[in-house]
Design a protein around this ligand. Structure first.
Ligand code: COA
Length: 185
């Protein structure tokens, strides 16, 4: 992948600021993952305890050091509240450049995940120069599948990911560009 020219460390959408996760996000991050409904959706999930959350947060922060990019913290611009995380992600063993999203339960149902996912997809194709991106979604996670389809992913295939049956969604840069161009005509 041709890592770009200009990899932004911060991105803004209408309602959200996307900025690097830090250790200071731990309390909010742990509160988000303590909700079993949130943890159940995550193919990467190890559990709902604060110790599980610490390891998860450390992994996403470490991923930025190793790869130069990672999921961003999502911050509500109006209030400064921590909403969740979303962004690019490719840990060892992942089936391609991934894009993912995870929101604190309190912020579901507002369109924030789709707003952040659109920005994350754009980031992958512009800042990271990706030719294709994927998302691994657990069967039955309809909310996440809906976000995936809203940002232009299509179902690619079934796969086994970390011992779990999962569904791979994704899109190519050509598909993304074609949609972008038709939207701006
Ligand atoms: C997956 C997840 C991020 C989806 O969150 P979400 O809030 O359902 O997704 P969106 O941001 O697209 O919000 C869509 C909802 O907001 C509503 N909405 C309200 N205001 C809106 C606005 N301004 N713009 C768009 N949608 C809006 C939509 O009508 C829709 O409502 P519905 O829930 O009744 O269908 C969330 O369920 C989650 O964090 N789950 C746990 C972690 C997880 O599974 N992550 C994915 C791993 S693959």
């Amino acid at each position: 992948m041709a890592h770009n020219r200009r990899m932004r460390t911060q991105v803004e959408t209408k309602r959200l600021l996307l900025r690097p996760l830090t250790g200071d996000d731990f309390d909010d991050y742990a509160a988000m993952l303590a909700d079993p409904e949130v943890a159940a959706g995550l193919a990467e999930s190890t559990g709902t305890s604060a110790a599980d959350a610490w390891r998860s947060l450390a992994t996403f922060i470490g991923h930025r050091h190793i790869r130069g990019y990672s999921h961003f913290a999502l911050v509500e611009k109006d209030t400064g509240r921590f909403v969740g995380r979303a962004g690019p992600w490719q840990p060892h063993g992942f089936p391609g450049l991934g894009v993912g999203w995870c929101l604190d339960r309190r912020f579901w149902g507002r369109g924030y995940a789709t707003e952040a996912a659109h920005a994350a997809v754009r980031y992958c194709f512009t800042d990271l120069g990706a030719t294709e991106i994927v998302s691994v979604i657990l069967p039955g996670n309809e909310r996440s599948a809906t976000v995936a389809e809203r940002v232009g992913h299509r179902f690619l295939r079934e796969l086994t990911y970390r011992g779990q049956q999962a569904r791979l969604y994704g899109q190519s840069a050509d598909e993304w560009r074609a949609r972008e161009n038709s939207a701006t005509v």
